[in-house]
Design a protein around this ligand. Structure first.
Ligand code: NAD
Ligand code: UDP
Ligand code: UDP
Length: 332
């Protein structure tokens, strides 16, 4: 058992928490927030897309531990809660080794659910708006079953995440595992990987280096962008909700933009002179996406508070600092 010693924090309230994918964009910030809330954090990562740099500032913290491990392998540790975030999230990264992407979602879910079952630990799954595929209902409520191509280039991610959801609900029904299912919509902010190919990081990096802004297709496809801090706040609220909320919950910002509008906004906020150029729309790129967040409002009292201008300004500042840093851009 974990030895819990604290003068500042109630022994009952402090928990030992496993964060898989903990050195990634969202996992590293979540780990930081969990430490701030007084918990012990076991941060697990295989460093596929995560960077050691993201958690370097936590390494000396006495309640933080970093473990290099692949969630496709069984894991025997003692924890009270599990946030399962391990999985590459950017299309460029998850399509790099699609078989490994599906394995990470499916075998990772099996192993983490097996761990949760043995420990009677509460487990939250970082699912995605991609379970709705190229949605024919707009905005997307949680009741929507989606429109997903099972054999396309995005399927390793979409179907892997859908199968993980299936496993979560079967472990819940069959083994009484206490689950939380969070469907995350496009999220951006500091610590995004500068070269991960996602639209916010691409546009900001291109604008800051005065390279052309690559707009895929006609740029009229839409996304709704949530700032990292709002997202992680929603994630912790879902895990900590007193009600036994096992149903899926959308967490995202319902303010919808065309990708062309996003490009123009990034140009305006960076003051860049970059030209916007057109590139082909990738296969199966969803045409529209916007969360219905009524459930999050009703059950968690959560809604995002960061406007896109404010979030982008903070993200631009992060990438500016990264570009001027003497350290390499992709340390692991
Ligand atoms: P990220 O790529 O920065 O983080 C993923 C982390 O998982 C990385 O640190 C990576 O090294 C690690 N990882 C990958 N495969 C692993 C494995 N087999 N074993 C152990 N670790 C592994 O991405 P992110 O944006 O921080 O996303 C975190 C989670 O949230 C992912 O599950 C993603 O699918 C989900 N999500 C994110 C978004 C978004 O917009 N950021 C949207 C929907 C869902
Ligand atoms: N597992 C794990 N840690 C644990 C318990 C289980 O990694 O503490 C893995 C285990 O290797 C197994 C998976 O989780 O492959 C599913 O566990 P479960 O008990 O559901 O299935 P079983 O062991 O009966 O196949
Ligand atoms: N996109 C773009 N230029 C880029 C990167 C992405 O126009 O340099 C578009 C992409 O085609 C998609 C949207 O931006 O329509 C969001 O892409 P991202 O990869 O960030 O996320 P996802 O498609 O998974 O929502």
């Amino acid at each position: 058992m974990v030895v819990r010693v604290s003068f500042m924090f109630s022994l009952d309230a402090r928990r030992r928490i496993l964060v898989t994918g903990g050195s990634g964009f969202l996992g590293s910030y979540l780990s930081e927030m969990l430490l701030k809330a007084g918990h012990e954090v076991l941060c697990l990562d295989n460093f596929f897309t995560g960077a050691r740099m993201n958690v370097e500032h936590l390494l000396d913290h006495k309640r933080f531990e970093l473990l290099r491990h692949d969630v496709c392998q069984p894991l025997f540790v003692e924890v009270d809660e599990i946030y399962n975030l391990a999985c590459p999230a950017s299309p460029v990264h998850y399509q790099f080794d699609p078989v490994q992407t599906t394995k990470t979602s499916v075998l990772g879910a099996i192993n983490m659910l097996g761990l949760a079952k043995r420990l009677r630990a509460k487990i939250l799954q970082a699912s995605t708006s991609e379970v709705y595929g190229d949605p024919q209902i707009h905005p997307q409520p949680e009741e929507y079953w989606g429109n997903v191509n099972p054999i396309g280039v995005r399927s390793c991610y979409d179907e892997g995440k859908r199968c993980a959801e299936t496993l979560f609900y079967d472990y819940h029904r069959q083994n009484n595992v206490n689950i939380r299912m969070m469907r995350i919509f496009n999220t951006y902010g500091p610590r995004m990987h500068p070269n991960d190919g996602r639209v916010v990081s691409n546009f900001i990096m291109q604008a800051l280096s005065n390279k052309p802004i690559t707009l895929y297709g006609d740029g009229l496809q839409t996304r709704s962008f949530c700032y990292r801090d709002d997202l992680v706040d929603g994630m912790m609220k879902l895990m900590n909700a007193t009600d036994d909320i096992s149903m899926p919950i959308n967490i995202g910002n319902p303010r919808e933009f065309t990708i062309k509008q996003l490009a123009e906004l990034v140009l305006e906020l960076t003051g860049s002179k970059s030209q916007i150029i057109r590139e082909p729309l990738p296969q199966d790129d969803p045409l529209q996406r916007k969360p219905d967040i009524e459930r999050a409002r009703d059950f968690l009292g959560w809604s995002p508070t960061t406007e896109i201008h404010e979030g982008l300004i903070k993200t631009i500042a992060y990438f500016e600092e990264l570009m001027s840093s003497p350290k390499p851009l992709q340390p692991t």
